[in-house]
Design a protein. Structure first.
Length: 305
């Protein structure tokens, strides 16, 4: 059986506030036809142009990945895209009546729940993958991000925060999706920030919606949230969650290994742009038989309605 594209079965809606804007928005997820990819539409402005969820339309990477065509600007798309990647959603129409995708609880868990509640439908077209053929790398000072050939999907992320609370947790995490699932290991990891940075961020129009309900917040010494971490190394796992969303801006799932040291949205975007600028670095592949695909992408589509 061929490995096929997927969309959601029924439209579904949620509402929430934006992490950076602090504004409340209604978010609608709707099924989309084969080969349409994931696109975003602003309902609150006159010219409702669909903005493809692709790296070339990223215009801002300050603490979030921002898509934009003309006035159609959609901010903080990475957590929703990460959930779509984790559940194998290829085609989706995202409509929103504001500028920023709601932050929900700061992780991808709410988006996983929404997509699963809407149902997943297999579509009659082969799923397309970007298979990495040669290493691609971006280095900026002490920051590094790289894609390498690997028949699967593996991420190796290292962060380096000099902070007492973070020092107690793992600052490196390797996730190989051949032997685990996104929902189990990554989807619940929340975004995090430092209390002393919030005022400066708010002065430039960021973090206006941030709170202990949607982020792990740290002062100079400790975590301020009155609850346990969801993973022992939740901080670095959230960076992997972000990276998965950023990589899904390639337009297709990636077959390869991703390595990052102190990376973020900007370097992830530069990495994809470099890959697309070197056509010999990748190829588009499909799988006529599910069992010939990497284990990371072998979904039992016979069980999906």
């Amino acid at each position: 059986m061929m490995l096929k594209q997927q969309t959601i079965t029924e439209p579904i809606k949620t509402v929430g506030i934006g992490l950076h804007s602090g504004s409340r928005s209604n978010l609608y997820l709707k099924p989309a036809p084969i080969n349409s990819g994931i696109s975003f539409v602003r309902l609150d402005i006159g010219e409702q142009i669909p903005v493809p969820g692709k790296a070339e339309f990223i215009t801002d990477t300050r603490l979030a990945s921002v898509l934009q065509i003309g006035e159609n600007r959609i901010s903080t798309v990475e957590h929703l895209l990460s959930a779509c990647s984790g559940l194998g959603i290829d085609n989706l129409l995202v409509e929103i009546d504001g500028e920023e995708i709601p932050i929900m609880d700061g992780s991808a868990a709410s988006f996983l729940f929404l997509i699963q509640s809407a149902g997943i439908t297999v579509q009659d077209a082969p799923r397309k993958f970007i298979q990495i053929k040669k290493p691609i790398e971006i280095i900026e000072g002490d920051k590094l991000v790289r894609l390498e050939p690997h028949f699967g999907f593996k991420l190796d992320f290292t962060i380096d925060f000099k902070h007492p609370a973070l020092d107690k947790t793992g600052q490196r995490c390797v996730i190989d999706f051949d032997d685990t699932t996104y929902a189990k290991e990554i989807g619940r990891a929340r975004t995090f920030g430092f209390a002393h940075e919030v005022e400066a961020l708010r002065e430039i129009g960021l973090a206006r919606g941030g709170s202990l309900d949607n982020a792990i917040v740290l002062d100079e010494y400790r975590i301020l949230n009155n609850e346990e971490l969801r993973y022992e190394d939740e901080f670095v796992r959230h960076k992997i969650l972000d990276a998965i969303g950023d990589l899904y801006l390639a337009g297709h799932p990636i077959i390869g290994s991703y390595v990052a040291e102190k990376s973020g949205h900007a370097l992830n975007n530069l990495l994809l742009r470099k890959m697309f600028g070197e056509p010999d670095s990748y190829e588009l592949v499909t799988f006529e038989q599910v069992e010939k695909a990497p284990l990371a992408y072998q979904i039992d589509q016979a069980e999906i309605n």
